[in-house]
Design a protein around this ligand. Structure first.
Ligand SMILES: [Zn+2]
Length: 88
């Protein structure tokens, strides 16, 4: 009867069970942007859930910030022109 030449190390033996606890999770796709996500959760990419916007995404915040910056810059330019015009 064939017999293993050497004892299998703990590491080699335990590698067999390393992935035993891993489960295959369900994957759904966002109806709005087709981003892969966990079912029954809001989309992190576009912020939509069941056709309604429920999250503010990083892109939304960036857009809002840039608009705010633009508005601030344009208002400060107007003030500068007015001040220079009245002072000089
Ligand atoms: Zn989405």
């Amino acid at each position: 009867m064939p017999v293993p030449k050497r004892k299998r190390s703990r590491a080699r033996r335990d590698k067999r069970f390393a992935n035993k606890g891993i489960k295959i999770t369900a994957v759904a796709h966002c109806a709005q942007c087709q981003y892969a996500l966990v079912p029954h959760q809001a989309c992190y990419s576009c912020g939509y859930y069941k056709g309604a916007k429920v999250l503010t995404t990083k892109a939304d915040r960036g857009e809002k910030r840039s608009q705010h910056k633009k508005a601030k810059k344009s208002s400060s330019e107007v003030i500068d022109v007015d001040e220079s015009g009245t002072q000089k």
